[in-house]
Structure formats: structure tokens, C-alpha cells
Design a protein around this ligand. Structure first.
Ligand code: UDP
Length: 328
């Protein structure tokens, strides 16, 4: 019998999930994407099996787990826009929390015990110290971050009570695209800084709005730690191997440990694209933390993870190649 392991990828048609799917496939895993295609794209599911399904549909989930008998579930299926979560928190708690409980219940019923969770640096809230380490208090300042922290809490309780084994991966700002431009970031509507900046570079938008120029940061704009999506994907497989080898459940930051302001990102994009990018100064966006930069020593020491594409210009370069392929 083959010892090829199977991973169920909830939300595998989305941005980060599709990069994980490709990476897992390259590493010899059998993958099953489970996605309702509300925000994901069928065209991004280029590897493994695909099941059209919703996490809220317990019957469909059960059938899927029974059929494929996955060794692990990786859970990417969530809403992720900070501003929207402030305006419509119910959407976030229903999808990010309630649907996740459904997934975890089905996993328990079907004796699937390994879980990798897409968590976020937004669970830390306003940092007291930078870089943010995993032990930093978690006090999220928006419903998106709170919805993710709720699931982290549930996972710790389920691990203690039911023997679930999990890793929370707290992403900083995912960016970039597959180097061969087969998949990349494609949200509708787009709300993330780098694709919006590239839209402006491509002439698809007249300008980029900077959300707040009066933060207590070196140039007054928010600082974020941008991490290549392929580096995030690799970390998932390292985390899974760590669990398979008996590693303890826990949480790891995934970032580059270096922050860039909104203005620095725009300047970098000007240099990478060689295009004009017009900016206008706008008000702060509700729910934004001034600076989020991650310490990632535990991921390096325990998982053996190191970013392979740490330079912002390279991250933006891959995103620009994907952008040009579609729009220029
Ligand atoms: N941002 C901005 N203008 C935009 C979109 C985002 O100034 O049109 C800022 C946003 O306030 C944040 C940073 O860019 O400080 C990154 O935002 P994004 O939505 O990409 O990711 P988040 O940090 O919210 O996960």
C-alpha cells in the first residue's frame, strides 16, 4: 500500500490555499481541494482532486472525509478583510468561526487528527514590542483578528479534550505569486495593498489611496511585514511534517522580520515596474494596527523554515509578473 499522504485543503481555490496545493503536489502529497468557489477560483485548482463544497454543509464534508480519508486538514477558507470585518462582523463570525467548528466536528467524527490553521498577526492587535513574538499578548483590534483568535482558543481546548494535533500559522502579510505565473492573488473586490498598487501601475486604477499618514511610524504610514506566498506554503508542509513526527501542537509566526511602510511599498513597486503610480492621502482605515512585524525564530529553529524570497522587490516582482500576464 502506498504511504503517500493525503491533505484536505479547505479553501484550496483561494490565494494562499492554491499555492499550498501546488507546493504539496510538488512534494508528492495527494491533495483534495474543498472549496465553495465563492471567492476562490476553479482555475486556481490545477493539482489534485477538487470537491465543490461549503464548510457549513456537514453532510458534504462528512462524505468528503469518508471518501478521501485525509491524513490532515489545512484550513484556508476564511474571510480576511480587516475593514469589512468591522462593517460586517457577523459575516466573519459565521464563516471564520462557526464553519470552522463544523469542520472540526466532522474531523473528530471521522478520526482525522492533524490540522494546520491559517491564523494571523492580526490576533496580536496593537503590538507592545516589535518584532512580535509568539508569546506576545493576543488582543485583536478588529473582528477579523478576533475570529481567528477564537479558533485558536477552540483548537487548544479540542487538543486537550479530543487529542487533536494542530499548528496555528500566524501569517503576516502574504504577497507575491507563483514564479511561473500559473496562480497568484485574485480577489474581487481587491482590498490588499500590493495588488492595488500594481493595478495603479498597470493603469487599471487612477491612483492608490494611502490609508492614514499620521501614524506613529517613521513616515506616518502603516508598517507591515510582507512574506512571499510560496514561503508561507512551504511552512505549512514543514508544520505538517513536524506534527507527523510527533511535534507538539502550537503556534508559529510567518513573516520576514522586516517591516515596510505603505510609502516604501509604493516606492518599491515604482522601481520594480518602472511605471508611474499616483497616490492620494486618505483617512485611516478602521481596525488597522500601526505596525505589525513578526519575530520568526521558532519557525526557523523548530520547523527549519527560512523564507527563500525575503526581498520586497522580489516579492513584488513575482506579483507584477502575474499582474502583467493578466492585465498588460
Ligand atoms: N492600505 C492602504 N491603501 C490601500 C490598501 C491598504 O494604505 O488601498 C494599507 C493598509 O491600511 C495596511 C497596509 O496597507 O496598513 C496593508 O493592508 P492590506 O489590506 O494589504 O493587508 P492587512 O495588513 O490589512 O492584512
Amino acid at each position: 500500500m502506498s504511504d503517500r499522504k493525503t491533505i484536505l485543503i479547505a479553501g484550496g481555490a483561494g490565494y494562499i490555499g492554491s499555492h499550498l496545493n501546488r507546493t504539496a503536489h510538488e512534494r508528492g502529497y495527494h491533495t483534495v481541494v474543498y472549496d465553495n468557489l465563492v471567492s476562490g477560483h476553479k482555475s486556481a485548482v490545477q493539482w489534485g482532486d477538487f470537491v465543490l463544497g461549503d464548510l457549513a454543509d456537514a453532510g458534504q464534508l462528512r462524505l468528503t472525509l469518508r471518501h478521501f480519508r485525509p491524513d490532515a486538514v489545512m484550513h484556508f477558507a476564511a474571510h480576511f478583510c480587516v475593514g469589512e470585518s468591522v462593517d460586517d462582523p457577523e459575516k466573519y463570525y459565521l464563516n471564520n468561526v462557526a464553519a470552522t467548528l463544523n469542520l472540526l466536528r466532522t474531523m473528530r467524527e471521522e478520526a482525522c487528527r492533524h490540522f494546520i490553521f491559517s491564523s494571523t498577526c492580526a490576533t496580536y492587535g496593537i503590538p507592545r514590542r516589535i518584532p512580535i513574538v509568539e508569546e506576545h499578548p493576543q488582543a485583536p483590534v478588529n473582528p477579523y483578528g478576533r475570529s481567528k483568535l477564537m479558533v485558536e482558543t477552540v483548537l487548544a481546548d479540542y487538543a486537550a479534550a479530543y487529542g487533536l494535533r494542530y499548528v496555528n500559522l500566524r501569517y503576516f502579510n502574504a504577497a507575491g505569486a507563483d514564479v511561473l505565473t500559473r496562480i497568484g492573488e485574485d480577489h474581487s473586490p481587491e482590498t490588499h495593498l500590493i495588488p492595488l498598487v500594481l493595478d495603479a501601475a498597470a493603469g487599471r486604477r487612477p491612483h492608490v489611496s494611502i490609508f492614514g499618514t499620521d501614524y506613529d511610524t517613521p513616515d506616518g504610514t502603516c508598517v507591515r511585514d510582507y512574506i512571499h506566498v510560496d514561503d508561507i506554503a512551504r511552512a505549512h508542509l514543514l508544520a505538517l511534517e513536524y506534527l507527523f513526527e510527533g511535534g507538539e501542537s502550537g503556534s508559529f509566526n510567518l513573516g520576514n522580520g522586516r517591516g515596510y511602510s505603505v510609502k516604501q511599498v509604493i516606492d518599491c513597486a515604482r522601481s520594480v515596474t518602472g511605471r508611474e503610480i499616483a497616490v492620494i492621502k486618505g483617512p485611516r482605515r478602521a481596525g488597522d494596527s500601526p505596525a505589525l512585524v513578526g519575530g520568526t525564530e521558532p519557525a526557523a529553529r523548530i520547523l527549519g523554515w527560512r523564507p527563500e524570497t525575503p526581498r520586497l522587490e522580489d516579492i513584488i516582482g513575482t506579483a507584477w509578473a502575474w499582474h502583467k500576464k493578466r492585465f498588460c
